[in-house]
Design a protein around this ligand. Structure first.
Ligand code: ZN
Length: 282
């Protein structure tokens, strides 16, 4: 059993609670938790909560999700509850997803775009996105300025996950210096819609940043439902959630071979188990 707070595996059983549910103690962080883990304090069944969060991630608004939850799942909750479920669940997903060992492609695309964050100092913020050439989102970062500094923080974040061989950015000046953090072996290509040719490992690559544009338009559609994000804090959570949805939970990204046959033939059960199969370490 992994610890639900720090994901450490150094856990030991630690008696039962008054309802005879097994308790655990983590020797990593010292906290205790019960068998139900994250879901111990939810009133509604986990499966229904997960389904609701997935619907919300499909760009339905909280109110639309609430109506659908009432009609299909037969539970009456407010749109605020849906919001709370999403906030709580996405932070859990982000924690779990940190355990997945991704092998990213060595060619990465980086771009920044405007987003609206309602209560930030400036009306617009900048969202930095890095995506590999297999369409996996590597990292995102919301900053309130489009400067070399922000680009540096962001590329450091990318650097924690991968040292790319080729990095493709738009023609913006801010990337010139920060790109050097990857070392001399990393080639920096500047291209936008029009592909640029580059020779790498004896092969010719035509590289453009259209790939990022596609994820960006996904974000646009998503943000349209929001009419702008409410604060930087929630912006970060939502965008990470969107990244996880994009990387692992879109129907096309589900690794069907990993899911037992018996379950895959019942499509309606899938939303509930995808999270466990793809993301849960338990
Ligand atoms: Zn722990």
């Amino acid at each position: 059993m992994r610890c639900i707070n720090c994901l450490s595996t150094k856990t030991v059983i630690n008696g039962f609670d008054n309802k005879c549910v097994q308790r655990y103690k983590c020797n990593g962080c010292g906290k205790r938790f019960c068998e139900k883990g994250f879901f111990a304090r939810f009133r509604h069944p986990v499966g229904k909560i997960i389904t609701a969060v997935r619907w919300r991630m499909k760009r339905w608004s909280c109110r639309e999700t609430r109506d659908e939850v009432a009609e299909v799942l037969k539970i009456i909750v407010s749109h605020v509850t849906i919001w709370n479920w999403c906030m709580k669940f996405i932070s859990i997903l982000v924690l779990w997803a940190s355990l997945i060992d991704d092998d990213y492609d060595k060619i990465i695309h980086v771009e920044e775009k405007f987003i609206r964050v309602r209560y930030s100092k400036d009306k617009f913020a900048y969202l930095f996105v890095a995506i590999d050439s297999k369409n996996k989102v590597i990292a995102t970062f919301a900053a309130n300025s489009r400067t070399t500094e922000s680009a540096k923080i962001f590329l450091n974040k990318v650097g924690e996950k991968i040292i790319p061989e080729i990095i493709v950015t738009d023609k913006c000046q801010i990337y010139n210096k920060p790109c050097r953090i990857f070392g001399r072996k990393t080639k920096h290509v500047k291209a936008h819609f029009k592909p640029e040719g580059i020779v790498h490992d004896g092969k010719i690559f035509l590289l453009s940043n259209n790939r990022v544009e596609r994820f960006n338009s996904d974000i646009d559609l998503f943000l349209h439902v929001f009419r702008g994000l409410k604060s930087f804090e929630t912006a970060e959570i939502w965008i990470q959630g969107l990244m996880i949805y994009h990387n692992y939970l879109k129907p096309s990204e589900i690794k069907w071979s990993k899911i037992p046959k018996m379950i895959t033939c019942q499509r309606q059960v899938i939303p509930r188990i995808i999270f466990y199969v793809n993301l849960s370490p338990f």
